[in-house]
Design a protein around this ligand. Structure first.
Ligand SMILES: Cc1cc2nc3c(=O)[nH]c(=O)nc-3n(C[C@H](O)[C@H](O)[C@H](O)COP(=O)(O)O)c2cc1C
Length: 149
């Protein structure tokens, strides 16, 4: 059972400080670690960064997801990690991504519209709404990547 596919969604507050370049560098480091480590753990997912908060979806074998979440939650680049959902799922939401990233200015604009229309508040976030939003954003990126060749 420990190998059954599970999905975990959490929200946290960023503790990355500094100028935009410092933030970009910290995000690049986090994504590099994810892309280095997640494939061999059978983990896929998506990470969203908006101004001062993260939402991350981690999916894979249960034991791997639990272990990774233990590592991530003790990372000082964020704190207040709040578990939004954890449980078995039939299939992956982000099968093609060791860790998709959703962030940057384009996201910020869409996110603001989404947040206004849906009443989405990162501090009172629902796992389903987050997953839905992340999937939409990642799908848009996949379309863009295909169009861009
Ligand atoms: C918001 C956030 C998300 C992270 N996501 C991942 C991840 O998906 N996979 C991963 O290996 N590390 C992730 N990390 C980094 C880990 O906390 C840790 O620094 C890293 O796994 C260490 O990797 P290393 O042993 O290869 O240096 C994340 C960190 C933060 C702050």
């Amino acid at each position: 059972m420990t190998e059954a596919l599970h999905r975990l969604v959490y929200h946290s507050s960023s503790r990355i400080v500094g100028a935009d370049d410092d933030v970009d560098e910290a995000l690049r480091d986090i994504l590099a670690a994810a892309r280095r480590n997640n494939p061999r753990m059978g983990v896929t997912g998506a990470l969203m960064f908006t101004a001062d908060s993260f939402v991350q979806v981690i999916e894979g074998p249960r034991a791997a997801v639990e272990r990774l979440f233990q590592t991530i939650r003790s990372d000082t680049r964020h704190d207040g990690a709040t578990l939004l959902s954890f449980g078995p799922v039939a299939e992956r939401a982000f099968p093609h991504w060791s860790m998709a990233f959703v962030g940057g200015p384009a996201l910020q604009r869409r996110f603001e519209t989404f947040a206004r229309d849906s009443g989405y508040d990162p501090a009172r976030i629902s796992a389903d709404a987050s997953l839905d939003f992340l999937q939409k954003m990642v799908r848009a990126q996949e379309q863009g990547a295909r169009v861009a060749g």
